[in-house]
Ligand binder design. Sequence first.
Ligand code: GLY
Length: 555
Amino acid sequence: MLKVILSFLFSFMLLACDGYDQSETQHAVASAHPIATQAGIDILNQGGNAFDAAVAVSATLAVVEPYSSGMGGGGFWLLHSVKDQSDVMIDGREVAPQKAHRDMYLDKTGNVIPKLSINGPLSAGIPGQPAALVHINKQYGQLSLKEVLAPAIKAAQQGFKVSKHYQRMASFRLKALQASPAAAEIFLQDNELPEIGFTIKQNDLANTLTAIANQGSAGFYQGKVADALVNGTTAAGGIWTLADLAEYQIKSRQPIVGQIGRFKVTSVAPPSSGGVALLSMLNMLEARDWASLKLVDRKHLIIESMRRAYRDRAMFLGDSDFVSVPVKRLTSKSYAKQIAADINMKQATPSNELPGLDVEAKGNHTTHFSIIDKQGNRVAATLSVNYPFGSCFVPPGTGILLNDEMDDFSAKPGSPNAYGLVGAKANEIQPGKRMLSSMSPTFIESDDKLAVLGTPGGSRIITMVLHSIINVADGKSAQQVVSMPRFHHQYLPDEVQYETGSFSAEEANVLVSRGHRLKSLSSSYGNMQVVVVNKKTQQIEAASDPRGEGQAIVE
Ligand code: GLY
């Protein structure tokens, strides 16, 4: 049965995708926090569209999930507008400040200085989220900016309760939070880990959100807030200037689109590596006639495709406004056929037969939400401050927790970042450049089905989205898609990281005998948020990953 369904996916039949125009009966929001999901639903019920809800959910997540995303961070919003049947990627990724330079995280002997790109203001790129939210509201929204930011302002004023997950994240970053008095004041309790149930109120953040609600982008990138951001970062050794803030621009980009069997896959373009790597992996699976294989061979092939796509990520991907990224070639069927041809189905290809270093993956944080409204407008958005609680630095008086996305640049060719990812010249630091990302908000659509999906998870984001695409195409329910066990290979380190349940004992033996190094993870990973529409019945399903504390609402 599985084989039949998979052949369905990987058949070469190209069927046109009818746009999902409207259900007129239901809308849905799936996000990583119940308060944010409710904010999105409330905005939809007030007559807002999916884009209004996306602004409300983004801003509310910035308040209630400060370890994952924030107004001091950035992200990618993938929008589908029913009116003109168009897809657009809003790139609100952070950029390197003008005083940033290639070797800024290296010591005199050329070695990477530990933690300099992870903690404190020197690790922070110029935020893109405020500009992106203002742009989405202005270009695509129906409600006013004040209306869509109101739920976030209320959440910041009223506060939210510390959960077990919050406590775990804060404990991971305790020392760095304690190093910033303004961050410790907001996110800790008497400078220590807050108790579960303790209320985190953020009055400075409410004021900054109010300035944005009243003045638009100028409320953040100019005037009092900008002054406080620059003074606060400079006093703590940062390099931001008022010009860096005033000159920040979002980019509207063409998404990456590919056809895999019956399914049209729409995902994000550079500076995310997500769309390119996803298409590359899916094309490789298709090139090796994945559907005709036994289950264990499929898993072998998935791992080998991941290895090769992440090798290319390290070699070629960066901000396409600064470097030439061979997107067309990397996402072409002919290229996938060529690189998939050397996959040995009986033996893993050691990554050290390809250029690189042996490195180790570490912790991560980011967030994702998926929305569809009653008109069929949809948004998949993945947002980040990078590490849990970003840089852990708050410029006094702003309530803005700064990101540490500078760590997503390659500080030194071949040297791993916090996710163990290596990079090359394409992703080296340059002033004004966007750092390479793995965030992969994605739509997949066939003539009878539509899914809006994505997840946090650092370097593992792209492979989680790959699993989800396969599972949606395989006919799994939204709940099954978010719950399925996951495995991941990222070229380096040369190992298959997996959650319990990914492989049967027999499959594990076969994979090991073929040379795969299997590394069982002690904890689960990811926080997938999925909305699936059955276009024939117009029924909507939504699900929030059971590994997180999110909520999905369809109504
Ligand atoms: N900061 C995680 C990412 O953008 O991939």
